[in-house]
Ligand binder design. Structure first.
Ligand code: GDG
Length: 723
């Protein structure tokens, strides 16, 4: 049985009508259509705002009943909430900024407190519906704090978040006064989804720059948890658009549109009248096309459906006037007595009309300045059941990443868009059909259902991962080891055998630990190895006894029977390039220092001013990541240090060598951080232990080094007592 899903979005896909007899109407919109399938499959609850209406008590009761019956939970928002949370912050700041249109930002944005409070209303409404085992899926930029709030209320819940708009470059994102709070809000999720790899990469650089985090390609550690992120390009309900395009009334309507002037070419635009959608520049390109290719005057018509949107905002009203003005200018200059080149309809069209328009168009112009995905492009392709038509798409729409066979344009390059309109009109029938057939294949591969299912199953799989790590007792571990004849111990040092100290030199072993390590190194049925990232000099000083197995520098060196050998040959010429940069950071940051090992070079700021050190670390890390991405090194965010370490050297390399050499029946492996994950599952029957928090593939978890030492003590004594 699939888990129940709690969908959370700003708007519900239905709105109140105010009519007591028919209290709900369906609303149009990309998000609504894409999630409809999940909701209609029956095992979900959808939490959102149903729109505001002055309702009589009877109508209000009917509305609530109708919502409940359909699995919708309303979140009530006051007019004050809507002004600040929806108009001022979500649409006044986040929307333009995430679309790179920073000239649209107000000088002094107001309403952040309300944004936070409304996010809390959504979080509380969601928590009140939550039952153990549910998955929670929060949507879009209106609700970016909700995952963090839910994490506080429901620490064990499985929470997903999907962003429908672009995630901008960190240089743009960091403009936001609430950048840190927003990122931390998202960090409450277990899985964060984006439409494209570019958005995911931008998000990851913001984590580095703003939170000082150390993300991997698809995950990041935050407060002892792992937050995953990934790419889930949204799709459309292909089946519905295909079916609609085959309806006789749609075909007939489409022929009627064409018959008005059979010789005329028809270009089409369908967008909300939003300044991100590129309508003014599209009109300028059409004007240029008519100037440059006058033969097409009287033979070319552009029809723009401009759907009313966010009409309460002055920015949108000014924008509407600009569009009207441009349309007037083009029509008065290039119109003839018989026809006008631009036809603007400021309204919605119904689903059948939309399909008919898609079918009638010679060119579909999708030229936003930025767009998270753009569903209209995909809907056009799915509707072209006749295999004809040309799709022109902006390279700044997420959909461009998937629809490579379309005509890709830069919407800011008016001259080029004008030429591409000409190219589209002159394209051969064979070329047009070949492109459309490939586009149709792509669009049907990832439809709305596949998109939703793939996000939900990924989210659910993370739950399974979490359950697999059991928090078992020392006794259980002892019992599983009892039956094993020969055991190889592979144990990390800092954070595993000793607590992490402020200064590495303070973590030298106390007498009890030294004595324990020596006893374990003399065990009859086992062999004990310390597997550390430290310099071999430290380990050698603390454990000079040759029967203690030592691995230093994350697997580059190992000491066998008292002799150090380098496990693999490496090229370290890259270190010269980094040394001077690290040295200049050390000079500029009092108290910090550079440490060099054979395969790595690190800048430590433990002794520097905390705030300044952290800011410098972010700067250094970004600089190294961006400037040296071609070098064979990993740039790592260590505990109070930034480290560049050669690729291909990790604890797994040396421990594999040891396992081959010693041929023990089983392995007991323990570690406390990411570098230890490489040897936790060395043999199929390894007994693996994670010390402390954080994502791990370990089977067992102990709280701290003291618990591990208690376990090792009991193993050493048990062995001595002949258990
Ligand atoms: C956001 C992101 C992302 C439009 N006019 C009519 C009509 N529509 C339907 C379209 C389409 C939807 O509305 C618009 O979706 P888009 O994707 O094009 O754009 P946004 O509304 O900005 O959506 C966007 C999307 O979220 C999903 O993640 O792709 O990038 O900005 O379905 O067909 N439908 C009808 N009449 C109209 O007049 N029936």
């Amino acid at each position: 049985m699939n888990p129940r899903v709690l969908l959370v979005s700003n708007r519900l896909p239905v709105a109140a009508t105010g009519d007591a007899a028919k209290p709900l109407r369906t609303t149009a919109g990309g998000l609504g259509t894409s999630l409809k399938g999940v909701h209609e499959s029956g095992n979900s609850v959808w939490i959102g705002w149903p729109g505001n209406m002055e309702l009589s008590p009877e109508a209000a009761e009917n509305l609530n009943e109708a919502l409940q019956e359909k699995g919708f939970v309303p979140v009530d928002l006051t007019p004050g909430d809507l002004k600040d949370y929806y108009d001022n912050i979500s649409n006044g700041v986040l929307w333009p900024l995430f679309h790179y249109l920073i000239h649209q930002l107000p000088y002094n944005a107001k309403g952040w407190e309300t944004y936070r409070n409304v996010n809390m209303k959504f979080a509380e409404a969601t928590a009140s519906q939550y039952q153990a085992g549910d998955l929670i899926w929060v949507h879009d930029y209106h609700l970016m704090l909700v995952p963090g709030m839910l994490r506080e209320m429901l620490p064990d819940a499985q929470i997903g978040f999907f962003l429908h708009i672009p995630f901008p470059s960190s240089e743009i994102f960091r403009i936001l006064p609430w950048r840190e709070e927003l990122l931390k809000g998202l960090m409450g999720a277990d899985l964060i989804g984006f439409h494209t790899f570019t958005y995911s990469r931008h998000f990851s650089s913001s984590l580095v720059r703003i939170l000082g985090a150390d993300p991997e390609v698809d995950r990041v550690s935050h407060n002892g948890r792992t937050v995953h992120f990934g790419v889930f390009p949204i799709g459309i309900d292909v089946h519905r658009f295909v079916q609609q395009a085959h309806l006789p009334e749609v075909k007939e309507m489409s022929q009627r549109i064409r018959r008005q002037n059979p010789e005329e070419f028809l270009a089409l635009g369908v967008d909300r009248l939003d300044y991100t959608k590129g309508i003014p520049r599209r009109l300028l390109a059409i004007e240029r096309f008519l100037e440059k290719y006058p033969d097409f005057r009287g033979r070319f018509r552009f029809l723009q459906i401009a759907v009313p949107t966010r009409e309460s905002s002055p920015a949108y009203n000014d924008f509407r006037s600009l569009v009207n003005e441009l349309v007037g200018r083009i029509n008065s200059t290039h119109g003839t007595m018989e026809s006008l080149p631009v036809h603007l309809l400021y309204r919605t069209v119904d689903a059948n009309e939309l399909s008919a328009l898609f079918l009638a168009a010679d060119i579909m112009m999708v030229t936003p300045l930025r767009d998270g995905m753009n569903l209209v492009a995909k809907e056009f392709v799915a509707s072209r059941v006749d295999g004809n038509g040309v799709l022109m798409i902006s390279e700044f729409a997420g959909a461009a990443a998937e629809l490579g066979e379309s005509l890709l344009v830069n919407p800011y390059d008016i001259e080029d868009v004008a030429d591409r309109i000409h190219e589209a009109l002159r394209m051969t029938d064979a070329d047009r059909r070949a492109r459309m057939s490939l586009l149709a294949q792509r669009v049907s591969q990832m439809d709305a259902g596949t998109w939703a299912r793939s996000f939900i199953s990924h989210l659910a799989s993370l739950t399974e991962g979490r359950q697999r790590v059991s928090f078992d007792t020392i006794e259980t571990i002892r019992q599983s080891i009892k039956a094993v004849d020969s055991l190889l111990f592979l144990v990390d040092y800092d954070g595993t055998l000793t607590a992490i100290r402020d200064r590495p030199a303070l973590a030298q072993p106390d007498a009890a630990l030294r004595e324990l390590v020596l006893r374990l190194s003399n065990l009859h049925r086992g062999r004990f190895w310390i597997v550390s990232g430290r310099h071999k000099h430290d380990l050698e000083t603390w454990f000079p006894e040759s029967n203690v197995g030592l691995v230093a520098e994350h697997g580059l060196w190992m000491r066998v029977e008292g002799n150090w050998t380098q496990v693999i040959e490496i090229d370290v010429s890259w270190k010269d390039k980094l040394r001077s940069i690290m040295a200049s950071f050390a000079e500029r940051t009092p108290g910090s220092q550079v440490e060099e090992k054979t395969a790595s070079i690190a800048w430590h700021y433990r002794m520097a001013d905390r705030e300044f050190g952290r800011a410098q670390a972010k700067e250094l890390r970004l600089h190294l990541l961006e400037s040296f991405s071609n070098l064979p090194v990993h740039i790592l965010n260590g505990k109070m240090c930034v480290e560049a370490r050669i690729q291909g050297v990790h604890k797994g390399v040396a421990t594999r060598r040891i396992a081959e050499m010693t041929k023990h029946e089983s392995v007991l492996a323990a570690g406390d951080d990411q570098t230890d994950e490489d040897f936790l599952d060395l043999l199929p029957n390894s007994i693996s232990i994670r010390i402390g928090r954080g994502h791990s593939k370990a089977q067992f978890r102990l709280h701290d080094p003291f618990e591990l030492r208690a376990l090792l003590e009991s193993l050493a004594s048990g062995e001595q007592n002949g258990e």
